[in-house]
Design a protein around this ligand. Sequence first.
Ligand code: FEO
Length: 395
Amino acid sequence: MSKKITDKVSWVGKIDWELRRFHGDELSTHKGTSYNSYLIRDEKNVLIDTVWEPYNKEFIANLKKEIDLNDIDYIVVNHAEIDHSGSLYYLMQEIPNTPIYCTANGVKSLKGHYHQDWNFVPVKTGDTLNIGKSTLTFVEARMLHWPDTMFTYMSGDNILFSTDGFGQHLSTEHLFNDLVDQSELYAEALKYYANILTPFNKMVANKIKEVLSFNLPLDYICTSHGVVWRDNPAQIVEKYLEWANDYKENQITIVYDTMWDGTRRLAQAISDGIQKADSEVTVKLYNLSHSDKNDVLAEVFKSKAIIFGSPTVNKGITYAAAGILEMIKGLAFKTKKAGAFGTYGWSGESVKVITEWLKEAGFEMVDEGIRATWNPDEDALGQAVQYGIDFVGKI
Ligand code: FEO
């Protein structure tokens, strides 16, 4: 079912209530998502992006209820990732000569995925397409978050079609930002930013400043996932500028894995020490074997410091600890501090391994970390409490 945004623009996407794992298992989507496609009807008719491949039949059938496919004059592909271009392959079987406007990198990506020589029209920043009363202006947004990404601005209705930018993995029958639960909306928007856009912080800030410098009126931001921002769309732009500036709250997150409860008991003692030293700082503890990795990464994103623990296993660290450290490294967090801890029986390398990994990931290690043998006794737990107290003083 389509949804009207303005007299000329309708949402013709797909709400995916079922999605829980995305990009293989790289990203959790507890609230589902939507693949947003938009139909513009002016003197020329334009389709902006499509939906993920599994929904191609539904998408095309619904689109046919809106418009004779042969009346679509242009297709704009803001981003070639499969969740937005998967149905394009099937749509192009119906209207094979329709021009596809995308960046030069978009052409490469689309050819790489679908191996078709479609009627591509490569565009650059500042290129325009007159569609009647409105004009579309294209703005390349390289690495936000793929090399091909671009934004499309529609004059008249003052809409920025921002592809993944400003999105959230949130399925809702409400199309607009002012109609959904605000805390849920912002929690999903932050998780999305933390897990997808953090490595591109500088580019996010620079691109937003570039777009703002055009002084274009902005009434709507139509993203490719989640709600359309119509109520004060600048609010999410401002939030992005905040998040892109190496965001941190007054929070310390303790992440750990544990085998026989020893490292967990150290984690709790360290947390007690932190609370003794600073009752205002937010401390959160996450057992990595029991927690969703992307939720944990969102908490790391919010933290000014993390304390990371693992028992020693085979001279290294546990599977869950290693997995999330690899993700932390990839997200390239900046200006965050860290400590390490862990229990061991005999060789005891885990703290050293964690320290090296976090240093490589760009964290400032504030000390040598803390270790305890076997299941920590009262003396060891007391030392862990003191470690927490001292940690607060070092950050
Ligand atoms: Fe929603 Fe980068 O695709």
